[in-house]
Design a protein around this ligand. Sequence first.
Ligand SMILES: [Zn+2]
Length: 157
Amino acid sequence: MNKYMKIADELARDNLKTSAGGPFGAVIVKDGEIVGKGSNHVLKNNDPTAHAEIMAIRDACKNLNTFDLTGCVIYTSCYPCPMCLSAIIWANIKEVYYGNTKEDAKNIGFRDDFIYEYFDKLISGCDNETLRLMPVGREETIVAFNEFMVKEDKKMY
Ligand SMILES: [Zn+2]
């Protein structure tokens, strides 16, 4: 097995010995070195966003003292859920290596597949049963955007 995937897998297996969360692990690698690690901590942290990939991104950003993981790759023991895929994109990571598939996650009771199906429906039309998305108050919320546009010392990411 790939040495980085082996560590991601070990993190997933180690999680089985705890009640921190599901059997998911991830490592972030830059120039051949591991710069961040994470395992699922949803239960331990009471945090539905504490997926292995998110934990690894937070660890790498802390270790490298940056919000920009350009040049890093991620090894995750399972195909990332939509939240993690988005976080990976926000972090400017361009390569993802995954072990188990999203179907494998579904087969052990995780809802990744369900969320992907939701996005398919969202793109092709509407799904009001899963989540209702309603516009409200844009005339107020747009003010901060307009002020951001003309803010001179803004930092883009
Ligand atoms: Zn995730």
